[in-house]
Design a protein around this ligand. Structure first.
Ligand code: GLN
Length: 280
């Protein structure tokens, strides 16, 4: 049998015929365990048979629509890289806004308590815990598989100021107060056609879709949060592009102060929040 040598450049050219160029590059980097600079520097390097096989298998799965992050098993978020599996939502750049708003409210050195509801991969909880080592973070998720991913990430990123609770939102939490409650809950309406398109088809529906109007989880969190917030404590929630007004109304309804919505980098109102028991 004649063995045909396949170089980096040839493997990429072949993959570009069927999948996005950036996707092809990321998959080959993953298979070869190298960075982009390596691909550019050594286009003539020959792949070993196992690498060719692994790369073709990943390209095929990408053609089937599987998200890149599930194929490579990881996604960068803020300044860290998180393991992701099909059990968790893939961290998104717009969620970095939640991190910025939360860090602004957690002064360096202050031993505050933070609650992350629906932690998934742990991207939010672990990033905050890593940047503010003096805080204690409680991360809640209803999915045992998601919690396992979150625990793995915390260990891998050497974060230990974090504990986990398995349960739906506040249900399994003992009576306690937090200085900050943060969440990226499911907020896509269950009949939204986007759930049946692109990467979203492969992500856990439980992490994406919430009720007929998309605000069922947001409404629940806003209603219960006051019981778990200290006076002056903040609630910050990510929401859909058209849910900011409704979120602010819900926050108003349960007497939050300093209610505000904040735009993401695309200029879309993406996070709303308020403060407990302070006059605005
Ligand atoms: N921003 C995500 C999307 O529409 C939804 C994330 C969520 O429901 N929390 O792709």
């Amino acid at each position: 049998m004649q063995v045909v040598a396949v170089t980096i450049a040839q493997a990429l050219t072949e993959a570009y015929r069927t999948i996005d160029r950036l996707d092809a590059r990321m998959l080959l980097q993953h298979v070869l365990n190298v960075d982009h600079a390596f691909l550019l520097t050594y286009p003539d390097q020959v792949l070993v048979p196992q690498q060719i096989e692994d790369f073709s298998r990943l390209v095929k799965r990408r053609i089937d629509g599987i998200p890149i992050a599930y194929l490579t098993g990881e996604r960068a978020f803020y300044d860290l890289t998180f393991k992701v599996t099909e059990a968790v939502l893939i961290p998104r750049p717009e969620t970095e806004l939640l991190i910025e708003l939360a860090l602004e409210r957690i002064p360096v050195g202050q031993p505050l308590k933070v609650l992350d509801l629906g932690t998934g991969s742990g991207a939010i909880a672990i990033t905050l815990a890593k940047h503010r080592p003096q805080i204690q973070v409680v991360a809640v998720d209803v999915s045992a598989d998601a919690l396992a991913v979150s625990r793995w990430n915390a260990k891998n990123l050497q974060v230990d100021n974090l504990s986990w609770v398995m349960g739906s939102w506040f249900d399994e939490l003992s009576a306690q107060k937090f200085d900050l409650i943060i969440s990226n809950p499911p907020y896509v309406a269950e009949n939204d056609p986007h759930l049946r398109q692109g990467d979203l088809r492969f992500e856990p529906q439980i992490a994406l879709s919430a009720g007929s109007d998309g605000v069922a989880c947001i409404r629940h969190i806003i209603e219960i949060a006051p019981k778990y917030l200290v006076s002056g404590g903040w609630l910050l929630l990510e929401h859909g592009y058209d849910q900011a007004d409704e979120c602010r109304q819900l926050l108003q309804h349960v007497d939050f102060s300093n209610i505000c919505s904040y735009p993401d980098l695309a200029g879309i109102m993406r996070v709303s929040g308020g403060q407990m028991n302070v006059s605005s």
